[in-house]
Design a protein around this ligand. Structure first.
Ligand SMILES: [Zn+2]
Length: 160
């Protein structure tokens, strides 16, 4: 367990409850502090959710069209603001401002663990549904790791 992160979450939960504020994301942060295996569960749930988002006129195969539609959907569902870093036929790398999972959480301890595997799963599910190909997404850098101001993700799209 990441004891330092857990203490930080508990302290903030106490303050939020006193002020009558929501503690949903802090509870998730406390779960995260408990252990690594949760990121796989969050990814799975996110992937299931992303797969439920219907895409009109699919499947889309051209990468430019995939990215345009992907940005449109992330705006529609308030998943954060996408800033594309790199793209080719097999992958999209981007920064995410205002990431839903971590926007309310403080950078407690610089760490190597990424936090937003739920988003990674959602993004993989959306692009999978769109392209009709089995995609994979990963958070490369998380704002909570303390080195960057935004989370960064990569989506891999099989090109076969
Ligand atoms: Zn993150």
């Amino acid at each position: 367990m990441d004891r330092k992160l857990m203490e930080e979450m508990l302290t903030r939960m106490k303050l939020h409850l006193l002020k009558g504020e929501d503690i949903g994301n802090l509870k998730v942060g406390a779960l995260f502090a408990l252990g690594e295996q949760l990121s796989a569960i969050f990814y799975y749930v996110g992937h299931e959710l992303g797969s439920k988002i219907e895409i009109e006129n699919g499947p889309i195969t051209e990468i430019g069209q995939i990215i345009a539609k992907f940005i449109e959907i992330t705006q529609q569902y308030h998943l954060g603001e996408i800033i594309i870093d790199e793209q080719d036929n097999g992958h999209i790398t981007f920064h995410l401002a205002d990431c839903n999972s971590c926007k309310d959480l403080p950078v407690a301890t610089p760490s190597d663990n990424s936090f937003c595997s739920f988003e990674a799963g959602v993004f993989a599910g959306i692009v999978e549904r769109m392209s009709n190909k089995r995609c994979f997404a990963q958070e490369l850098e998380c704002r909570l790791q303390g080195r960057a101001s935004h989370c960064q993700f990569m989506i891999v799209i099989p090109t076969d």
